[in-house]
Design a binder for this molecule. Sequence first.
Ligand code: NI
Length: 161
Amino acid sequence: MEILLLGNELLRQKAEAVAEINEDIAKLAADMIEAMHEGKGVGLAGPQVGVMKRIFVMHAEGDIPRVFINPSIVGTSEEQVTYEEGCLSIPGMYTNVKRPGAVRVQAWNEKGRRFILDAEGLVARIIQHEYDHLEGILFIDRISEVKRNRISAKFEKHQRA
Ligand code: NI
C-alpha cells in the first residue's frame, strides 16, 4: 500500500461511511495494519492510502492493533493535554498539539461488532488524530499558522532533497 503525502488532495477530503462490513473491509483493515507497521506508525486512516472510507487502524505501544470502522467520538474530556504528534503522511515532522486528554469513541470492528472504548493517554491521542484524517484534517491544522507554515516549508524542502 502506498501512503499518500502532504500535498495530495485526497488527504483534504471527507471520507464516506462504510456501507457494509464484509471480507473486503476486513482485508483492507489487515493491509492497513501491515502498512502501518511497515511505516513504523501507530495509526493509519483510509484516506492516507487513497481509500475514502471511514476506517482507521491503530497500534499503540503496549496495546493490541485495533480497527475502527464508522467511528464517532461521542465524548471528550474538558481537560486538554499537549502531546507531540507525527503522521505517516508528513514523515519526519513532529510538533506539539493540544487536544482533549480523554475520549469516548463508538465504532465497529472488522468483524462487524460494535464497541465503545473509553481512551486516555496515547490511545486517546491516536484516535483523535486518525479521526481527523476521516474529516480531511491534518495535525498541522491544529497548530498556529506560523508553526504550520514552518513545518510545511521544512517538509517540502525535505521531500525535494
Ligand atoms: Ni496522520
